[in-house]
Design a protein around this ligand. Sequence first.
Ligand code: GDP
Length: 177
Amino acid sequence: QDSVPEKIDYVFKVVVIGDSAVGKTQILSRFTKNEFCFDSKSTIGVEFQTRTVNIKGKVIKAQIWDTAGQERYRAVTSAYYRGALGAMLVYDITKRQSFDHVARWVEELRAHADSSIVIMLIGNKADLVDLRAVPTEHAVEFAEDQGLFFAETSALSGENVDKAFFILLEEIYGVIC
Ligand code: GDP
């Protein structure tokens, strides 16, 4: 542990949204702690987690917000979106319904978040290849249509999680800096 505090150039707020049980909490914990926790709801009440990364020579603190289960009650409020520069919109590649609801989440973002927010569509649980219910091409098409970035990830194996966050953070950097 370095005792000299790092100089932070920017703090980027990123929100993670999507239906419940798609893996939002696990994606966040994979990115910020490189952990997958089987007892996943132990983090309830924690509003956000952070990871400090280097983007184009700048020190960026990514402050990543979890809904902490509020999406179950459609209680994600505009306070959650306030100041967010990026959004990870997550569905589960094994649950068709979670993909069908993505359009609704995009509307929610367009209504409550800043219009310049960078959105990354994430098809999570890519490790469950035999249970796939959403073809990659459908998601690619939707993402292109809506102007979203897209990646398939596995919070379980870690596949593509860092990559997706880095693409999002670099894009945000490009938008605001
Ligand atoms: P949230 O409600 O969207 O925050 O979803 P959670 O992060 O709590 O995950 C819901 C369930 O899916 C939990 O049982 C996780 O262990 C599981 N899960 C999350 N991500 C993955 C993944 O990438 N692969 C697999 N196989 N299971 C996952």
